[in-house]
Each structure stands twice: as structure tokens, then as C-alpha cells.
Design a protein around this ligand. Structure first.
Ligand code: UDP
Length: 235
């Protein structure tokens, strides 16, 4: 096994599937199956899921709301997504714990690092909800921070595209994909991997990132087994 302890980052938008908003249960089932395959291989799995399918803080001001209020709304949106994923995982027989950066004690545990580590050691999927619990951050930053805290081997960023390209492949058909790239090169070329805060956290703590296509079945297991999938960003 190449990666023993992983942090999987899923965007909220990926949960929409073909819909314009909200949660497509087919996507939930698919992601739950992917995560189960990682657990079956013996990997320790932590998950951070975004909230963009429900609400993003940056939208707040454009609709006349306060930005900070909007960010908290975004964080609560991630809790909704996390609960949905938790439920789908448990339907698949996977043990889970949802740990939140904002106290919502009727629904989830508070985030306590040592507790997260214990759950992982016991083979439970740990879902980190509510980002880092502070406004002006993103769930990418939460993914990087939590991954560093739990000493994950890698952040696996599941996206719609199969890696990092020289240009946006959805706009430029001549764009080519990197299989490996250094943190430095990503900076120099101004490539879009994660937001700067998230990316810098990984770079400064030497935490590799793999950007890969989460919608191709089996990719997560392939990555854990050491197959070359997506783009690896490392030192
Ligand atoms: N958010 C925040 N602090 C955090 C994580 C998230 O304020 O630590 C808010 C922020 O407004 C963000 C929203 O929650 O826009 C949803 O998260 P994100 O945009 O990262 O979701 P994704 O793009 O992955 O779906």
C-alpha cells in the first residue's frame, strides 16, 4: 500500500451530479463505494467535503448578506453534505465519525485532534465538517490543515478532471496533463491546484497532493495501491 493514511477532499459541487443545486444521491452512493474500497484495502481515511453545492460565503455580499455570516452558512452547508456522506457510508457498512469545526453537539462530535487519530486507528472514516470553523477560509484549506494535523501521507483532491494541466482542458484542447510536478513549478506557472492558503500549507509542510478524477470508478483504490493516477504535486 502506497498511502496508509489519506485525506480525501471532495468539492460540494461534485455532489450535485447532473443537478444544478443540492445533493444527487447517486453521487453519494458512488463516493461511499469508493471510500469503502479504500477502507477495505486497509487504508485510514479522513474526508473533507465542501459546501459549494449549497452555499458559498463569497456569494453572500452579492445577495446583500454579510460576508462572515455567509461563510458560516457555507460551513453549515459542509455539515449537511458531511451528514449525507456519513449516512451513505454507514448504509455501505462503513463505520464513520463526523467531527465538526463548529460545535453542533446533537449532530456531530467537536473536532479534537487526538479523537480523530483514535477513530482513524480503529478503522473509522473520519469526516471533518464545518471547515476549520473560521470564516475567510475554504474547505481546501481545511483539508490541508487537517491532513497536516493528522499526519496524513497525502491529500487526494478528487475533481472532475483527471489532473493538473498546462491550461484549463475544458477551454484549451491543446492543454497537456502533468503526471508529476513540484510545488515550486505550480507556483511559477500560476497553475490552479488549490487556493493559495491551502497550497502554501501543503508546500511548507511537505505534504504531497494528488489531483485526480474521482468520477472514474476504482481510482481511489488505484491510488492507494500506488498506481499512477492523476497528477502528483510534491517537493
Ligand atoms: N468556509 C469557511 N471556512 C472554512 C471552510 C469553509 O468560511 O474553513 C465557507 C466558505 O464560505 C466557503 C463555504 O464554506 O465558500 C463552502 O466551502 P467551499 O467553497 O470550500 O466548498 P467547495 O468549493 O469545495 O464546494
Amino acid at each position: 500500500m502506497r498511502f496508509k493514511r489519506i485525506l480525501l477532499k471532495l468539492s460540494g459541487e461534485s455532489l450535485m451530479g447532473e443537478q444544478q443545486y443540492g445533493i444527487d444521491t447517486n453521487m453519494l452512493v458512488q463516493y461511499a463505494q469508493e471510500i469503502k474500497s479504500a477502507i477495505d484495502l486497509g487504508a485510514q481515511v479522513a474526508v473533507v467535503i465542501g459546501g459549494g453545492n449549497i452555499f458559498r460565503g463569497v456569494q453572500a455580499e452579492s445577495v446583500g448578506l454579510d460576508r462572515v455570516q455567509g461563510d458560516y452558512m457555507g460551513m453549515l452547508a459542509t455539515v449537511i453534505n458531511s451528514m449525507a456522506l456519513q449516512s451513505a457510508l454507514e448504509k455501505n457498512g462503513v463505520f464513520t465519525r463526523l467531527l465538526s469545526g463548529i460545535n453542533i453537539q446533537q449532530v456531530c462530535e467537536p473536532y479534537i485532534r487526538r479523537r480523530a487519530l483514535r477513530h482513524l486507528e480503529k478503522g473509522r472514516v473520519v469526516i471533518f465538517g464545518a471547515g476549520i470553523g473560521s470564516p475567510y477560509f475554504t474547505t481546501d484549506s481545511a483539508a490541508s490543515l487537517r491532513a497536516i494535523e493528522i499526519e496524513a501521507d497525502v491529500v487526494l483532491k478528487g475533481t472532475r478532471v483527471d489532473g493538473i494541466y498546462t491550461a484549463d482542458p475544458e477551454k484549451d484542447p491543446s492543454a497537456t496533463r502533468y503526471t508529476d510536478i513540484s510545488f515550486e513549478e505550480v507556483f511559477e506557472k500560476g497553475l490552479n491546484v488549490m487556493d493559495m492558503t491551502a497550497f502554501t500549507l501543503c508546500k511548507e509542510n511537505n505534504l504531497p497532493i494528488v489531483v485526480f478524477d474521482i468520477n472514474t470508478r476504482g481510482n481511489l483504490a488505484r491510488l492507494i495501491n500506488g498506481e499512477k493516477v492523476g497528477t502528483l504535486v510534491s517537493m
